[in-house]
Write a protein that binds this ligand. Structure first.
Ligand code: GLU
Length: 619
């Protein structure tokens, strides 16, 4: 049964008197993008990129000033971290529509200050019940569709969205606002518009061919035939209306009514333009898939690392097991005293080992038997750590370990392994929120590729995901991430909460496909082992080793550490690909907790144009 909150038409609750309700919308406007705002408008649009904010009373960090401002307002008006997280996430659906929104899914991790427990919601998109296992094979050629842009830009890649149900479930379980109330700040931003920055324009241009393939997408995101200009104001009255109805009618509006029927029709009969050369394979989504979708309340993964308890997202995400296993391996070595080159060498090697296991063992636990306990076992990590030679990088890809038989004793290493094709792109968005009561949310949400499937739902102002391309493209019965109807594709999203002595110490997460795992891992190492402050830990140049022959790295990382790591046998290549303009890895957010309720919220200083950290009471 789908989870439909009983609070859909909630009567006035204590929280509903929050002034946030006063933010309710203004009427629709006519065009998507309009001229630059007047001076008074300008003041209403938060645009400041603030990478660090220190203070008390609550904190938030997102990639976007509007979203951080929306969450901060909720915190200031007495909402808790969950309320603020949903308000900020909904706002990101407006201002970062190519990364996240109600057409996608995500993972929500929550530390409850009252119980001291960490709990999670798996809001992952799900394969339609009739999705065939050869769905990604082009019937005309018998070969897989070309991944980007062909397969990604399709109906066949669209999974049943989980984000509206995640918001509803999080509010129902832990929040104080109704969905209607939590959506109001985002409705306001969608109605009055936000200022287009270079990232938004560039992401639009990067997607131009895909966006031109669909009538509704072209109309919304290429108004007048071009990507919105930097400095212009982008309004999305259709999305404002969709959010308003979702708030008023609750989940049935999205999962059961006319909108559900429209989504099904669009996925099965993509509404392409006559000029597109893209094949746009149709998909399998049905009204029943939407009607029966439900999020999963999940226990988090948990490991201990140098006196900290690290909680992550359990499968269907590979985030918790892969970050956790790599940290367990790294804990065998005194990284803080090894020197930077050696510490980074161990980081890359531990990551390769954990990724080898991710490929062999991790998929949706509703369909495959995932050995989560073994992967996070310290004895298993001790045995995996044997493969690391401090003086020489192991040949890659390296083989997965044997979770059925281990004793922590070093045996001759087997190094022949398979590498998963890494088709994930730099997309997605992440947010971190804490409130004055000490509750913490770490939430990563996505529509998969930047621009998702490329398909805007006509008249509704949001993009549908292409999350199903996170399945392996070619069916292999031994692959835990093979396509199966009704299954959730394996994710890399790694929203992580770190406790020390039972209290929050750090919360962090990032977008970036499978590089999410290494970004979180590297930041934890930077902060806990390498003596960096959290500001330094987020800004430090990144490298990502995912059991491939090459280690992908940011140019600044290659300049700083390339020669020394190459001497150990690593092959470093610059990040970035033909489809994204940025040579960067991730776009993290984090909050660190200090004594006396002090919070240090951090966002990226420069990646993805820089993020926005805010606190309720600045120090
Ligand atoms: N689809 C990816 C995942 O679930 C996230 C996409 C991204 O961050 O680029 O792991």
């Amino acid at each position: 049964m789908p989870h439909f909150s009983s609070r859909i038409a909630a009567t006035a609750s204590a929280a509903s008197s929050l002034a946030v309700a006063a933010a309710l919308l203004v009427p629709p406007v006519t065009s998507a993008a309009s001229a630059a705002p007047s001076a008074s408008d300008e003041r209403a649009r938060p645009t400041a990129k603030i990478p660090t904010a220190v203070g008390t009373g609550g904190a938030i960090s997102t990639v976007d000033p509007e979203a951080s401002a929306a969450g901060l307002k909720v915190l200031r008006q007495g909402g808790n971290a969950v309320d603020a997280a949903v308000a900020a996430a909904a706002t990101l659906g407006v201002t970062e529509p190519y990364s996240a929104g109600i057409g996608g899914g995500g993972y929500f991790v929550y530390y409850n200050a009252r119980t001291g427990k960490v709990r999670t919601i798996d809001g992952r998109e799900t394969a339609p019940a009739t999705m065939p296992t050869d769905a990604f094979i082009d019937p005309a050629t018998g070969k897989p569709w070309n991944f980007t842009p062909e397969l990604v830009t399709s109906g066949v890649s669209v999974g049943t969205p989980g984000t509206p149900a995640t918001w509803d479930r999080a509010l129902d379980r832990w929040g104080t606002l109704t969905l209607d109330e939590a959506l109001r700040p985002a409705i306001k931003v969608a109605t009055r518009g936000f200022e287009v920055d270079e990232t938004f324009r560039q992401q639009t241009l990067d997607n131009e061919i895909r966006f031109r393939a669909f009538k509704a997408t072209r109309k919304l995101f290429l108004p007048g035939g071009d990507a919105p200009q930097v400095g212009s104001v982008f309004k999305n009255p259709q999305l404002a209306r969709t959010y308003t109805r979702l708030g008023q009618q609750g989940l049935p509006y999205f999962y059961r009514g006319k909108l559900a029927a429209l989504m099904v029709d669009v996925v099965r009969h993509p509404r392409t333009t006559s000029t597109t050369k893209l094949p746009v394979p149709p998909g399998h989504l049905s009204r029943k898939d939407l009607r029966t979708y439900s999020v999963k309340d999940q226990r988090p993964t948990k490991i201990s690392y140098r006196g900290h308890d690290i909680y992550g997202m359990a499968p269907s995400s590979s985030g918790g097991t892969t970050v956790g296993e790599a940290l367990n391996i790294l804990e065998r070595y005194p990284l803080g005293t090894l020197g930077t080159t050696s510490a980074l060498h161990h980081y890359l090697e531990a990551s390769a080992l954990a990724f080898a296991d991710r490929g062999k063992y991790v998929g949706d636990p509703a369909f495959v038997d995932v050995p989560t306990k073994q992967l996070l076992d310290d004895t298993y990590a001790a045995e995996r750590a044997c493969a690391i030679n401090p003086a020489k990088a192991m040949p890659k890809p390296t083989a997965a370990g044997d979770v059925t038989s281990y004793d922590g004793v070093c045996a001759p290493a087997t190094t022949k392994g398979a590498v998963d094709a890494d088709t994930e792109n730099i997309s997605t968005t992440n947010l971190t929120v804490a409130d004055k009561w000490g509750n913490v949310v770490e939430y990563t949400l996505t529509i998969e590729q930047t621009g998702g499937s490329g398909q805007v739902v006509p008249r509704h102002g949001f993009l549908l995901n292409n999350e199903l391309t996170d399945f392996s493209t070619v069916y292999d019965a031994a692959d835990p991430n093979r396509i199966q109807p009704g299954k959730r594709p394996r994710s890399s999203m790694s929203p992580t909460i770190v406790l020390k002595d039972g209290k929050p110490f750090l919360a962090l997460g990032s977008p970036g496909g499978s590089t999410i795992i290494t970004t979180v891992l590297q930041m934890v190492m930077n902060r806990i082992d390498l003596g960096m402050s959290i500001e330094e830990a987020i800004a430090a140049p990144r490298a990502t080793q995912r059991n491939g022959v090459n280690t992908t790295a940011e140019p600044a990382f290659i300049s700083a550490y390339g020669p020394a790591l190459s001497a150990l046998g690593h092959t470093l290549v610059p990040a970035g690909d033909a489809f994204t303009s940025a040579a960067e890895i991730g776009a993290a957010t984090a909050i660190e907790f200090g004594p006396g309720g002090l919070m240090t919220a951090v966002a990226e200083p420069t990646r993805r144009g820089g993020g926005a950290a805010r606190v309720v009471d600045r120090q």
